[in-house]
Design a protein around this ligand. Structure first.
Ligand SMILES: C[S@@+](CC[C@H](N)C(=O)[O-])C[C@H]1O[C@@H](n2cnc3c(N)ncnc32)[C@H](O)[C@@H]1O
Length: 223
């Protein structure tokens, strides 16, 4: 087994354990504030009739919300098979199974279908290779790319760094394969600019930053 597959196994196991609780939490409380901002960003741009790819979809509730806001279809992919199971069950429960598909996949190492809108809600911070995830996301997006990352800037930066170090220490002591990553925002922006995207919107939400990027040259997209 390569170190990459050990890493993805550790991430998958962590989110397998959390899948049921995360789904129940959404059913009781709805979207978190940062996810709601991301949904508002993309729906204000016009979701009606659009195809959506969600990378790191977890139990799929964000993808299903995009369908409720008019998206024609969604595909969600995640490392966690338990989360994907919950997502498919939730799609059936919601009567949206004909427009929703959820698959287990490592989006850092597999290409994903071209879609109008691509989202990654609190996913980059759970994976060591941001560049690989951003490549899949930007290659797949025809129009919009939205994501949520930790608020690692300004006055929040020291607290975020200390909090992340403490969480990672606990995870190390618990011998889990899960770690939090604070990928430099400037590198994310540079990578996306190099792939033909420009920042359209940004918002702060407690511990999170929500970004919306737009493709500069729609004709440059794949598919
Ligand atoms: C913090 S959870 C967020 C889940 C969901 N987006 C939400 O907001 O509830 C991060 C998710 O990203 C997934 N993930 C991390 N790296 C991934 C990768 N390389 N490919 C697919 N999914 C990945 C994890 O399995 C996990 O379900």
């Amino acid at each position: 087994m390569t170190s990459g597959s050990v890493q993805t196994k550790g991430i998958a196991e962590t989110f397998d354990d959390l899948a049921h609780d995360r789904c129940c939490k959404y059913k009781s409380n709805g979207l978190t504030a940062s996810s709601q901002v991301l949904l508002d960003f993309i729906s204000n741009k016009g979701l009606v009739g659009k195809t959506v790819l969600e990378i790191g979809c977890g139990t799929g509730f964000f993808s299903l919300e995009t369908l409720r806001h008019g998206a024609s279809s969604c595909l969600g992919v995640d490392l966690s098979s338990a989360a994907i199971h919950e997502a498919n069950e939730f799609a059936k429960e919601s009567g949206l199974q004909n427009r929703a598909r959820f698959d287990v996949a490592d989006a850092a190492s597999t290409r994903q279908p071209a879609s109008d809108v691509v989202v990654m809600d609190k996913v980059l911070c759970c994976y060591p290779d941001a560049e690989a995830l951003l490549k899949t996301a930007s290659d797949s997006s025809r129009e919009l790319l939205g994501f949520v990352v930790p608020r690692d800037e300004g006055l929040m930066k020291p607290a975020m760094r200390i909090g992340t170090a403490l969480i990672n220490l606990v995870e190390k002591l618990r011998k889990t394969g899960f770690r939090l990553y604070l990928h430099p925002l400037i590198s994310i922006d540079e990578l996306l600019a190099g792939s033909g995207f420009q920042q359209e919107k940004k918002a702060k939400s407690r511990f999170w930053l929500v970004f919306l990027y737009k493709r500069n040259r729609p004709d440059a997209s794949r598919g």
